[in-house]
Design a protein around this ligand. Structure first.
Ligand SMILES: Nc1nc2c(c(=O)[nH]1)N(C=O)[C@@H](CNc1ccc(C(=O)N[C@@H](CCC(=O)O)C(=O)O)cc1)CN2
Ligand SMILES: Nc1nc2c(ncn2[C@@H]2O[C@H](COP(=O)(O)OP(=O)(O)OP(=O)(O)O)[C@@H](O)[C@H]2O)c(=O)[nH]1
Length: 433
């Protein structure tokens, strides 16, 4: 990838469309824009222009020019807002290619913004999360990251660490000269402890941040024919899970993501639990038990017309006992909720229970930390601060630990080793972003 290339992409969605946005970035933007649409419009103001190629009219569109460095990428950028026709866009891209522009790779505009210091690694990730957001809660959390909520915190932590390191390093450099007080001031330890607490507090929210991104996992489990698939269908109000009256049809773990009150839930339709001679079914049951162990919530379904299965006893998630098929007969076994996938009775109670669970787990302000990378970097920083505290009298060791803590934070914002993270991240980006 060459950085003096000028790149172009269709940044809007699939064609045909009402309007298509073609985005350009790089040193040839001015010349290319003049070649296809005449005099440069005033910076950042849209102008209506004929768009053409060597005298041939291709379209009429709105053109906007963002001179660098005050642009999204930091380079000269431009946009052509044209009619969203396949042939039109193709002809315009081909005209621009004649001006020496090439098609951008996925995430390449954002990569340039990163390289020009417009975004750090956390805000790039925030942008990625924002593009991927399906639920309201995901949107809020992603936007906070894109807006730099965590970047700001990390900058504050880094600046405290720099001060602390300077105190220690001054005692290393001048240890022979005797003009620096060998004792650390009292404020040093207080500041170190305060920093540790602040990072640990942010870290404590990582689980809720992760759950917002990945969803609350709800296992639907019970005996064969207890009504698991029917319940998922009723929840989704559409036929996305297979309903069958043949026992044991759900063999593998089917994941059904649903948005409940702005929160992502992933329902797991599991094989019914029973003793079986079938190898395939036994494997399904093994996976079902595994999925139940990893679930945040287990909905344990009991139907009046099936034998009860045994609830495994090693579950860590919240267990909700659900009496199903309440349209047939009222449940006799002890249960938390009673419902019918057929009549819809009790579904609103289930929704309310799930929404309350989500509110307890992830309600309130969006979490600052949500990625595995956050967890690794912040726990490494905390461990190194602990190490520094334990070796405080040995300035050299303590300084080394604080250097390590700084390095973790620099890795987090992408000042160190950003390449591998970016490469992986941009695989999920759209072309034109
Ligand atoms: N048409 C269009 N809509 C869009 C985008 C775009 O690129 N084009 N965006 C693309 O993601 C988002 C908006 N994000 C943007 C972020 C920064 C700048 C920008 O020009 N920044 C300059 C100047 C800032 C200023 O004037 O305040 C800078 O950072 O220096 C533009 C768009 C969403 N909507
Ligand atoms: N009357 C009534 N029948 C239901 C209800 N829910 C499910 N059933 C019926 O019960 C049978 C089993 O339902 P499923 O949803 O396939 O049960 P399952 O637990 O997914 O079954 P397996 O995947 O085979 O383990 C089907 O005949 C459904 O039509 C309900 O609320 N009321």
């Amino acid at each position: 990838m060459r950085h003096d290339d000028t790149i172009m992409a269709l940044s809007s969605g699939a064609l045909p469309a009402g309007v298509a946005v073609i985005r350009l970035s790089g040193p040839k933007v001015r010349d290319a824009l003049m070649a296809v649409s005449g005099p440069l419009p005033r910076p950042r103001l849209m102008a209506l222009r004929h768009i053409g190629d060597a005298g041939q009219r291709l379209d009429q569109g709105l053109v906007v020019f963002f001179p660098g460095p005050a642009s999204f990428t930091g380079e000269d950028c431009a946009e052509l807002h044209v009619h969203g026709s396949r042939a039109g866009v193709k002809a315009i891209l081909s005209a621009l290619s004649g001006q020496g522009l090439r098609l951008a790779e996925a995430g390449e505009f954002t990569r340039r913004a990163f390289e020009n210091g417009k975004l750090d690694l956390l805000t790039v990730e925030g942008l990625g999360d924002l593009l991927a957001a399906d639920t309201e809660r995901q949107r809020q959390q992603a936007l906070a990251r894109y807006d730099g909520a965590l970047s700001l915190k990390v900058d504050q932590w880094r600046s405290v660490l720099l001060d602390l390191r300077a105190e220690l390093e001054a005692r290393l450099d001048f240890s022979d000269e005797g003009d620096v007080d060998a004792e650390l001031p009292n404020s040093f330890l207080a500041s170190l402890i305060g920093l540790r607490r602040s990072i640990a507090d942010a870290l404590a929210a990582v689980e809720s941040g992760r759950v917002v991104r990945e969803g609350i996992r709800v296992a639907l489990a019970g005996a064969p024919n207890a009504g698991k698939s029917s319940l998922i269908n009723a929840l989704a109000k559409s036929d996305i899970a297979i309903v069958s009256d043949e026992a044991g049809t759900t063999r593998d773990v089917r994941e059904v993501p649903l948005d409940i009150d702005g929160n992502l839930f992933v329902f797991l339709d599991l094989a019914g639990l029973r003793n079986t001679d079938s190898k395939a079914e036994a494997e399904g049951i093994r996976r079902a038990k595994q999925a139940m162990e990893g679930a945040d919530i287990v909905l344990w379904l009991m139907a009046p017309d099936t034998q009860d299965a045994t609830l495994p006893d090693n579950l860590t998630g919240k267990i909700i006992r659900v009496a199903t098929k309440s349209d047939l007969t009222a449940a006799t076994a002890p249960h938390d909720l009673q419902l019918s996938a057929v009549s819809g009775e009790g579904l609103d109670m289930l929704f309310a229970t799930l929404a309350r669970y989500a509110e307890d787990l992830i309600g309130g302000e969006p979490a600052l930390v949500s990625h595995e990378r956050d967890r690794m970097a912040l726990s490494a920083a905390v461990a190194n601060i602990d190490r520094a505290e334990a070796t405080l009298k040995q300035f050299e060791l303590a300084a080394e630990s604080l250097r390590e803590a700084s390095a973790s934070l620099e890795r987090l914002i992408g000042r160190l080793d950003a390449e591998r993270v970016l490469d992986r991240l941009f695989l999920q980006f759209c072309i034109g972003k």
